[in-house]
Design a protein around this ligand. Structure first.
Ligand code: DGL
Length: 266
């Protein structure tokens, strides 16, 4: 069981930001990654569709021997985490809870901004998670769908990105947030712009926190692997245009082992 991989899925290759964090924190673990590039984006689709896709993704990872499943996609975590948990018999971790815990730890004034896709923000998943942790704080959500395309275009510090970011973030700034939760796989790459516009506030990228939570859960289940030579296999439902160049931007290392897969019948 220790050598079995951790299964990670996302709507596309943005979830490789989460894989990057997990690989740096748990270098021994083998990882099998599924990016549903053929059906991307998830952040503008219906709840029913994302639940169906998420279940298929989880079943695929289990068919590859996953001992744990990480839902790296915030949109999918928002609407499908509980349902995936009920339908599979391996532990499932999402990206929302770890970020919420960290945000509560660092906020001083209890005014927390959350940015994500439209599905993530309008699902109310973050408000629900803050309530679950008994938080007495004000959660201010803002859907920022254009950031996803800007990151995929590689416009990380481009004037157009700054203009869009100013439009999205200004209301949160005016509301006096002291903490901004990055609720989307793509957003950590925009940190330089966020820092420039928002100044000296706390930024929470849940992938680091998720790495910690996953490490503890593997230990508690007594299935953690030791060493430093974890392998990474990447499966994509479509080898879309520029996927390698964009994927390596998220992953921070060369993508060597990748292939296309179809999920029909899972
Ligand atoms: N991976 C998605 C998320 O984190 C962003 C891209 C999409 O909309 O599919 O919400």
């Amino acid at each position: 069981m220790r050598d079995n991989p951790i299964g990670v899925f996302d709507s596309g290759i943005g979830g490789l930001t989460v894989v990057k964090a997990v690989r740096s924190m748990l270098p021994a673990e083998n990882i099998v990654y599924l990016g549903d590039t053929a059906r991307l984006p998830y952040g503008t689709k219906s709840v029913d569709a994302i639940i169906e896709f998420s279940l298929e993704n989880a079943r695929f990872l289990i068919s590859r021997g996953a001992k744990f499943i990480v839902i790296a996609c915030y949109s999918s975590t928002s609407v499908a985490l509980d349902i995936v948990r009920r339908h599979v018999d391996v532990p499932v971790i999402g990206v929302i809870d770890p970020g919420v815990v960290k945000a509560l730890e660092v906020t001083r004034n209890g005014r927390i901004g959350v940015i994500g896709t439209s599905l993530t923000i309008f699902s109310g998943a973050y408000e629900k998670a803050f309530r679950k942790h008994g938080a007495k704080c004000e959660v201010l959500g803002k859907a920022c769908p254009l950031f996803v395309s800007l990151v995929e275009e590689g416009w990380l510090e481009h004037p157009a990105t700054e203009l869009v970011a100013r439009e999205y973030l200004q209301p949160l700034q005016e509301d006096g947030i002291d903490t901004l939760l990055l609720g989307c796989t793509h957003f950590p790459l925009l940190m330089p712009v966020f820092r420039k516009l928002m100044g000296d506030i706390h930024f929470v990228d849940a992938s680091q926190e998720l790495g910690n939570a996953l490490g503890n859960a593997l230990k508690a289940a007594d299935v953690e692997r030791s060493g430093r030579d974890g392998a990474l296999s990447i499966y994509l439902t479509d080898l879309s245009m520029n996927f390698k160049e964009i994927g390596e931007r998220f992953l921070g290392e060369p993508m060597t082992d990748f292939s296309r897969v179809t999920l029909k019948g899972l």
